[in-house]
Ligand binder design. Sequence first.
Ligand code: GDP
Ligand code: MG
Length: 247
Amino acid sequence: MPNFYVIVPVLNEVGNLEHLFNSFQQINASFEDSFTTHFILVDDGSTDGTGEKAQELAGALNFKLIQHEINQGPGKAFGSAFAHIADKVQNEDWVATMEGDNTSRIEVLTQMFIRKEEGYDVILASPYMYGGAIINTSPLRVFLSSMANIFVKEFLGIHGILTVSSFYRLYTGKTIKDLQEKYSPEILELAGFECMVEMLLKMIYLEKSISEVPLVLDTSLRVGKSKMKIIRTVRGYFKVWQKKRGW
Ligand SMILES: Nc1nc2c(ncn2[C@@H]2O[C@H](COP(=O)(O)OP(=O)(O)O)[C@@H](O)[C@H]2O)c(=O)[nH]1
Ligand SMILES: [Mg+2]
């Protein structure tokens, strides 16, 4: 049976873990006829006991906790998880990346897997697609987020893709292997939230077929605030721009 690797970076998400592990149980059950599912949580220097609590909640799941002593950012966290599966992942496996704050609604995975049947290499969950939305968020934040999405696409020359920085994605094992072969076992160079745009560009350069499914991003599903630092992320996008010729 092929494997399905679910990768989740977390920083101080202790309040969201119970819900998250319930979702893991549901994913595990709904795909048990098609995949052996593995959950990989990367705790990136949390100070609220996220790692310990996660280990407690894991129960009988196939679960791997990767812990960074000090905070290095989501790019480095994804990098550690990709490096961890580098000697395991096969072409026919599937890999998902998700958020740990329960905003990556697992119902959407079903639709993502329908796109898989249609032959796509990568499927993005897309709040900016028709049918998607960002709800229960202040109008100012929605506006800033939409502007950032438009600006990043224009600035980096990404056309025909609606959402470029969302964490919630599904990839074929072959896509991950090809990225690792061309770049490195970590795939990513950049440390922050800009890493998802880095990865998207690298997939475009490898001519992967990419599709999107609408995601209603409901921020009331999470406990606590966003950890994304706006200035640091804008700086990160400049780094993407500087480095993209080399990729
Ligand atoms: N590993 C790691 N995960 C992080 C870091 N910052 C945020 N995250 C996680 O990345 C996901 C997205 O972060 P979030 O704060 O929800 O950002 P937002 O969705 O853009 O508001 C969540 O699962 C966070 O716990 C970090 O520095 N390291
Ligand atoms: Mg979030």
